[in-house]
Design a protein around this ligand. Structure first.
Ligand SMILES: [Zn+2]
Ligand SMILES: [Zn+2]
Length: 265
């Protein structure tokens, strides 16, 4: 962060907005931190109260001895401190929140992973990523925020090392839950299996008295999947399922178009 002190008794000066690097833009949008100005006001560092010295007489870790931080950073530190104080008063709240996140991640990670195994491009289609992907990302971001608040809120607190460790562990467990529930336990066929079953029942077996109970895919070559369909009359038939992209129109709100076709062998 570049500091440019001005001769003013009121203002501590301004600094270049570190989030947009002074451009005032983030991608196509106006930078929300500096409202497009490219600069931020400097205020007294909340952790050392503008002295640049930490409580243990070392250099303040938050402002790195510069005595001031940007107004946006100061707001974030205040919020993190409030959350950290909340944790000290009620540690169980953080654990309950984490457990709720783990459950959400465990239930959604596999379906997101299954979709991702069909095609990554497909995953970014807004219609498909909702709700599983949305819930997964939300749960991970809650865990991340919780961890970030415990770290930031306790920077200059000598007793903060235990909460920091707990926050880090809770966040890492969230990521491990996502990996175990997704890439480790999934064979990547789950999403295609349910689509293939629906296609069989809705199209091919529509007027038949026999219905497909379950599809089990075991092998794929590009977007062609091979497996077996269990029928309601006890038979098991070999099937080939194909994921077919039918193109994407170039308008902004369009969705990737696709269909799943199935052939009974
Ligand atoms: Zn900015
Ligand atoms: Zn400081």
């Amino acid at each position: 962060m570049e500091l440019q002190h001005k001769d003013s008794t009121q203002s501590k000066g301004t600094c270049t907005c570190s989030w947009c690097k002074g451009s005032g833009k983030r991608g196509r949008r106006t930078c929300p931190d500096c409202n497009g100005l490219g600069t931020l006001h400097l205020v007294d560092c909340p952790d050392c109260l503008g002295t640049g010295v930490s409580r243990d007489r070392g250099v303040c870790k938050t402002c790195k001895g510069k005595k001031a931080v940007s107004s946006v950073e100061a707001d974030r530190i205040h919020t993190a401190r409030e959350k950290y104080d909340g944790y000290l008063q009620n540690p169980a709240g953080v654990f309950f929140k984490s457990i709720a996140c783990y459950i959400a991640i465990a239930f959604t990670a596999r379906s997101v992973w299954d979709q991702m195994c069909v095609t990554l491009e497909f995953l970014f289609d807004a219609e498909m990523i909702f709700p599983s992907g949305f819930i997964l990302l939300l749960a991970l971001s809650i865990l991340f925020k919780q961890w970030n608040n415990l770290i930031k809120g306790s920077t200059n607190d000598a007793d903060g090392s235990k909460p920091r460790t707990i926050g880090t562990v809770l966040f890492i467990v969230g990521i491990l839950t996502a990996i175990i529930a997704g890439p480790v336990t999934s064979d990547g066929f789950g999403w295609m299996e349910s689509k293939a079953k629906n296609t069989l029942n809705d199209k091919i077996l529509k007027s038949s008295s026999v219905q497909c109970l379950e599809v089990e895919l075991s092998r794929k070559v590009d977007y062609t999947y091979f497996g077996k369909a269990k029928m309601s009359n006890g038979e098991s038939k070999d099937i080939v399922a194909r994921f077919v992209k039918t193109g994407r129109s170039h308008t902004r709100h369009s969705h990737l178009k696709f269909k799943v076709t199935v052939d009974l062998l």
